[in-house]
Design a protein. Structure first.
Length: 208
């Protein structure tokens, strides 16, 4: 149980009595005002150099991860690797998968859900997934062109049929009109009996 006699520190007479170190940190001085059975406080020297070393280590670690990720996914840029590492909280495996997924989706060959299925199917091999996605894209494009060509052919055939049908109607109407016009024309030919040169008047009377 802690005794009521705690360590007391004499407050400084002025704020100017507290001196800061060159590094910008305040050093805590030792005191001998604690009871004999209490451990005395030791001088604590805070140095900025140690935190700078930690900062340099973090930078080196970050740089190493970026280079490793760029080697794993050469299709990505350095800034993309940095961004995906930060977004993945420096989880290298998660960053690698997210980066490959985004790069495959950026191609626009297949949907995002199908892109993820392709990556799972090919064990996150980005090149194989891109090749498969491109093949499926070209196959769908070819099928779509074939359907469009068939549709255009049907439209052309229908248009040709309509044009032919219209021409036939016009020709039929024209021929009918020409026949009727010819029948109504007056005939100027006078039909007269022609006597054959071998006709014999005497034989005519002896026919019956």
């Amino acid at each position: 149980m802690r005794r009521t006699t705690d360590c007391f520190r004499v407050p400084p007479s002025s704020p100017l009595d507290i001196y800061s170190t060159i590094d910008g940190y305040t050093n805590i001085e030792s005191t001998s005002l604690c009871p004999p059975n209490e451990l005395p406080l030791k001088d604590v020297k805070l140095r900025r150099g140690k935190s700078e070393n930690c900062k340099d280590s973090l930078k080196s670690f970050h740089r190493e991860l970026v280079l490793r990720l760029m080697k794993e996914v050469p299709q990505a840029t350095e800034s993309e690797c940095q961004a995906v590492l930060i977004g993945s909280s420096y989880d290298y495996e998660e960053a690698t998968r997210r980066l490959k997924f985004e790069l495959l989706c950026r191609k626009g060959y297949v949907s995002r859900s199908h892109s993820k299925r392709l990556l799972h199917k090919y064990n996150w091999d980005l090149d194989a997934a891109i090749s498969r996605a491109h093949y499926e894209y070209e196959f769908r494009k070819l099928k779509r062109q074939e359907k469009e060509q068939i549709l255009f052919d049907d439209i052309d055939q229908l248009s040709y049929f309509n044009q032919t049908k219209g021409c036939n109607k016009y020709l039929t109407h024209s021929s009918t009109s020409s026949d009727s016009s010819l029948s109504n024309l007056p005939c100027s030919v006078n039909h007269q009996s022609v006597i054959s040169p071998w006709y014999d008047e005497g034989r005519r009377s002896n026919l019956f």
